[in-house]
Design a protein around this ligand. Structure first.
Ligand code: F6P
Length: 326
């Protein structure tokens, strides 16, 4: 595709933060600088665009960002960006600031904002950044691996004390309405049961019977992972487990700790690849795309099409976990 004349681009992070977002910012800035393009960092997602809250970024100002958790650009969920007035103001500000293209890192809400701007003439490229890995068009979202590893480290520690006291640990993992993070974590910690919204199934069979059977087999501590989107609350799960098995049960809600920390190698690398790809996409004249991983390759997809795509749980992994956790 022909190279487009681009002088200045902007980058923002929006929605819930995810480890690796800073690595995206760094890659965008460095790749732009390498091609003689100026970069503005927009603070607080779309709210910064609406309120002209930005700073100039240079190759040196992003030093040290690769390994840093959170996002130095701050992030926000911006209600104003859902209104036509807010969208128009953001697009007008882009024109006023001479922004030839915008890179937006976040989840579905971020892409809807990008789509509205693209329709108003501002070329936008989205990058999937969320610990939930719940974006339909891509096999992977930046932050998922780091959040999985953070949860795994915490649960490994929990297992030590559960084992000593012969208890059951019921652990709530984030993921909004999707069970990808819970399944990943449950599999990696060898959970007795993983409760996800995609499989509301049979509680008695999937949890209680399983624990009874494995107790008979000589196991005296168990980890149960509950995805935050599951129909029962984590406390309800724990109460029922304690009541029906008679075992001492404790609840742990991992919460926002899963969103923090230094990104893993996988997140640093994919953030670098996607950030670089996004700058090239703008240089090639692409205007309304999302960077995604499909069949292990980095590709880009039309935003409207991407928003229509649904992601299903990895059923093979779920079935393997169900069979192995005996
Ligand atoms: O989308 C990321 C996420 O951490 C979800 O897993 C969770 O449901 C939500 O954000 C929490 O949002 P907040 O930071 O607004 O409490």
């Amino acid at each position: 595709m022909a190279e487009k004349d681009i002088h200045r681009i902007a980058v923002l992070t929006s929605g819930g933060d995810a480890p690796g977002m800073n690595a995206v910012v760094r890659a965008v800035v460095r790749m732009a600088c390498a091609n003689g393009i100026e970069v503005l960092g927009i603070n607080r997602g779309y709210s910064g665009l609406i309120n002209n809250d930005f700073r100039k970024l240079t190759a040196r100002s992003v030093d040290g960002l690769l390994q840093r958790g959170g996002t130095v650009l701050y992030t926000a969920r911006c209600a104003e960006m859902m209104t036509t007035e807010g969208q128009q103001r953001a697009a007008d500000n882009c024109r006023y600031l001479g922004i030839d293209g915008l890179v937006c890192c976040g989840g579905d809400g971020t892409y809807r904002g990008a789509l509205s701007l693209a329709r108003l003439g501002v070329p936008c490229i989205g990058i999937p950044g969320t610990i939930d890995n719940d974006i339909g068009c891509t096999e992977y979202t930046i932050g998922f691996d780091s959040a999985s590893n953070t949860a795994i480290q915490c649960i490994d520690k929990l297992r030590d004390t559960m084992q000593s006291h012969e208890r059951i640990s019921v652990v709530e993992v984030m993921g909004r309405r999707a069970g990808h993070l819970a399944l990943n974590v449950g599999c990696a910690v060898g959970a007795a049961a993983v409760l996800v919204p995609e499989h509301e199934g049979n509680f008695e069979h999937d949890v209680i019977e399983k624990i009874r059977r494995s107790r008979i087999n000589g196991r005296h501590h168990h980890i149960i992972i509950v995805s935050e989107g599951y129909s029962m609350t984590t406390q309800e799960v724990a109460d029922r487990v304690q009541e029906e098995t008679g075992m001492d049960t404790r609840v742990t809600i991992l919460g926002h700790i899963q969103r923090g920390g230094s990104p893993t190698a996988r997140d640093r690398i994919i953030a670098t690849q996607m950030g670089s790809y996004a700058v090239h996409a703008l240089m090639e004249g692409k205007e309304k795309r999302i960077v995604a991983v499909q069949h292990g390759q980095i590709v880009d997809i039309e935003i409207e099409e991407a928003l229509e795509m649904k992601k299903t749980l990895d059923e093979a992994l779920y079935n393997a976990e169900q069979s192995i956790s005996i």
